[in-house]
Ligand binder design. Structure first.
Ligand SMILES: Cc1cc2nc3c(=O)[nH]c(=O)nc-3n(C[C@H](O)[C@H](O)[C@H](O)COP(=O)(O)O)c2cc1C
Length: 136
């Protein structure tokens, strides 16, 4: 199964998850400003909430790479919200790209909130999530 990892981050929280996921899959964690070079079965897409939405760069990545994405699996961090699937799914659905039901999400540091997150346990869980998903 061919996989790729892309992420968008502003303060590094989601990048940490992306690197753990990518290491588990033996691929590189790359920023969403780097397009997919070939078609993948599963794209692990990492992002976060900023004022209740994902950044435009995440939406543009899906739109511009739609023909190379078999299925999107979301992962991400946020301070309050619990899933990235709604905003990601809306864009994916608009261009006919499948979004997996499975997702990995955890708290991410935001000011004084969740100061140590994602922590070592989060990274371990994210890696395990990715490994389990591709072995199914
Ligand atoms: C400008 C801004 C707006 C945010 N808005 C939200 C929000 O609406 N809901 C939420 O749960 N977290 C919100 N957060 C918290 C981030 O989602 C959280 O810190 C996340 O881990 C950031 O990930 P990153 O370091 O990969 O950018 C916001 C953070 C910033 C900086």
């Amino acid at each position: 199964m061919k996989t790729a990892v892309r992420y968008y981050t502003r303060s590094g929280n989601t990048q940490k998850l992306a690197e753990a996921v990518a290491a588990a899959l033996s691929v590189e964690a790359l920023d969403v400003n780097i397009p997919l070079s070939e078609k993948v079965d599963v794209l692990f897409l990492g992002c976060s909430y900023y004022a209740f939405d994902v950044d435009e760069a995440v939406k543009n990545f899906i739109l511009e790479n739609k023909d190379k994405i078999g299925k999107i699996v979301c992962f991400g961090t946020s301070a309050m919200m619990k899933s990235m699937k709604k905003p990601v799914g809306k864009v994916a659905q608009s261009v006919g790209v499948e979004l997996a039901a499975e997702e990995f999400h955890c708290r991410g540091k935001f000011g004084a909130l969740h100061k140590s997150r994602p922590d070592a346990n989060d990274l371990k869980s994210a890696a395990q999530f990715a490994k389990t998903l591709v072995s199914q």
